[in-house]
Design a binder for this molecule. Structure first.
Ligand code: ZN
Length: 284
């Protein structure tokens, strides 16, 4: 046998994916979602459902800004085509409030969001980015499959542990456009598969009066849309998990995809498609 370099590629053989994650379910999500929809980009919105409908204001740079939460009835329609994920019922510090309260916040948030959206909510973002091993266990028990942290990497790596999923950058990162250019232009020696994961809070665009930052970023990346898979967090998580769960024969000629996703794989610079439940038979 020759040495073999198998590489996961994204749907349609694309080598780049972009996903966004925005927290707290604030009224500025209305504007953000309309911008995402205009560019055909998908995002994940992390919501503490116990706070929906709450009225709040923030004083920033001498201005008073409305940072109220959206209404519960809006969740289903506003985020249509995007992903709704958990963020703790009341946005409490799950690592510090004691297990019974933490379990309740995790479970009841999930139940409410599922009632509002009509689907299984499987993604999460840690309130304040705070967590520990116990919180991870609680989330897994509750049926969560990934959880986003606050630390960023400045890189485009595929996460090794979805329960500590680090984003590439926050949108306020001074290197945002530099990273976007590196993401688009740097193909690397092995044409490594890359994921750009952007996170933030939509009210920050009102605080800084800089909606042009997200518009500029999306305008740039979507000029290269033929190269990029635009997906929600859970779509990426499901796809990567399905890839990682492929079954191989010892000689590597049979690859079985037992998942419900079609998987694309690059072998010797040739892209193969393996349908859900199908086996790829290679004549290498
Ligand atoms: Zn939050």
């Amino acid at each position: 046998m020759r040495p073999r370099i198998d590489v996961m590629v994204f749907p349609e053989g694309k080598r780049k994916a972009l996903t966004l994650s925005y927290d707290d379910g604030v009224i500025q999500d209305r504007k953000l979602v309309s911008i995402l929809n205009k560019y055909g980009v998908k995002g994940t919105f992390n919501i503490g459902s116990g706070l929906l409908g709450d009225k709040n204001e923030a004083k920033v740079h001498g201005k008073t800004i409305d940072i109220s939460k959206i209404e519960p009835e809006e969740v289903n329609t506003l985020y249509k085509g995007h992903e709704v994920a958990g963020h703790g019922l009341y946005h409490s510090s799950l690592a510090g409030i004691g297990s019974p309260s933490a379990v309740y916040e995790i479970i009841e948030d999930k139940r409410k969001l599922e009632e509002l959206t009509g689907y299984c909510v499987r993604g999460f973002a840690y309130p304040f980015g705070w967590y520990n091993g116990k919180v991870i266990e609680m989330l897994k028990q509750a049926g969560y499959e990934y959880a986003r942290v606050v630390e960023t990497t400045g890189k485009f790596d595929i996460p090794s542990d979805f329960m500590e999923w680090r984003a590439t950058a926050h949108h306020a990162d001074a290197r945002l456009m530099e990273l976007a250019e590196e993401f688009i232009n740097d193909e690397g020696f092995f044409k490594r598969t890359k994921l750009f994961y952007l996170w933030g809070h939509s009210y920050e665009f009102d605080f800084e009066d800089n909606w042009n930052v997200i518009e500029g970023f999306l305008d740039y990346v979507t000029q290269h849309r033929d190269k990029i898979w635009f997906a929600t967090n859970i779509e990426i998580c499901d796809y990567i998990n399905a890839y990682r769960n492929l079954k191989y024969s010892v000689d590597g000629k049979m690859i079985l995809n037992q998942s419900a996703c079609t998987i694309w794989i690059d072998i010797y610079n040739q892209v193969y498609e393996i349908g859900a439940g199908e086996t790829l038979n290679l004549s290498l």
